[in-house]
Design a protein. Structure first.
Length: 274
């Protein structure tokens, strides 16, 4: 069976309705998941979560006890996962697909805690909040093609989905795309700070820096041309951009710095998963 729409995928139970969980939930409703087929479970919901539940007409509960579950999405903090799995185990049966977005928690830990092999581990990123995210996903041993199709529909509501055959790759996904938005935001901070040093006031500098990155991202999305060519299109021989890239592309420049940055994040992800 192929799953290609939100109709008939529920009931979907979201455990933990923080920023990322709520971003997914908004995407599901916007993509056509019937509100009656979504249940949010959060013992300490934020005002934003309460507001979304009320506006969308979905149930918001403090406990999952007694709920029929077709798909369970785990979006809780890693440090509380053990106790959460103990509470959820009685609800899981052969009919239940489990999707985890919890950082650092292995498929094996979840499978053992819930006594099921139908587990998909994922790593989304924060642009999911505006439907522009990208998610890395790895299937557990008991995951069928139909399960993958279903996960594609749910995760795809927040952006692109990339599947991997080895769970260890999620540490690299975390380091590149999971943490990546923070790198971009810091780049904007650094570009704006450089602008201030050139005489702009802080508001002007930030406006210039933010819109430059927003515009460049929009251009990449609209134009499938390789990014190296897009870069070259901005670079005139012996011009200002070429002078700037001489610094950024030097042996000790941005490529070297990003390699160190990604490696630091990957090593930390591996540590958290032990």
């Amino acid at each position: 069976m192929t799953v290609n729409s939100m109709q008939g995928v529920g009931p979907v139970v979201l455990i933990g309705a923080g920023k990322m969980g709520l971003a997914l939930a908004r995407g599901w409703i916007d993509a056509g998941l019937p509100p009656a087929e979504l249940v949010l479970v959060d013992p300490n919901p934020s005002d934003a979560t309460r507001g979304f539940a009320a506006d969308a007409g979905v149930r918001l509960l403090d406990s999952p006890r007694g709920i029929l579950v077709a798909v369970m999405v785990l979006a809780v903090k890693p440090q509380v996962m053990t106790s959460v799995l103990e509470e959820l185990k009685p609800l899981i049966g052969r009919h239940t697909l489990v999707i985890s977005i919890a950082a650092g928690i292995s498929i094996g830990t979840i499978a053992n805690g819930l006594d099921t092999q139908r587990v998909i581990r994922t790593m989304p990123n924060t642009p999911a909040q505006v439907g522009k995210g990208i998610t890395g996903a790895v299937p557990g041993l008991g995951v069928s093609e139909t399960d993958r199709d279903l996960a594609d529909v749910l995760l795809g509501a927040a952006g692109d989905v990339v599947w991997f055959g080895e769970e260890r790759m999620l540490d690299a996904v975390t380091a590149v795309s999971g943490s990546g938005p923070a790198y971009v935001f810091h780049f904007v901070e650094a570009l704006a700070a450089a602008g201030v040093r050139q005489g702009f006031d802080p508001e002007q500098a930030m406006h210039l820096a933010r819109q430059t990155v927003i515009g460049a991202a929009a251009l990449m999305e609209a134009d499938p041309t390789a990014v190296a060519i897009l870069r070259q299109n901005v670079t005139s021989p012996k011009g200002t951009t070429e002078a700037a890239l001489g610094v950024l592309m030097a042996p000790s420049g941005l490529t070297n710095l990003m390699e160190k940055t990604v490696m630091a994040a990957k090593l930390r992800s591996e540590e958290l998963g032990r």
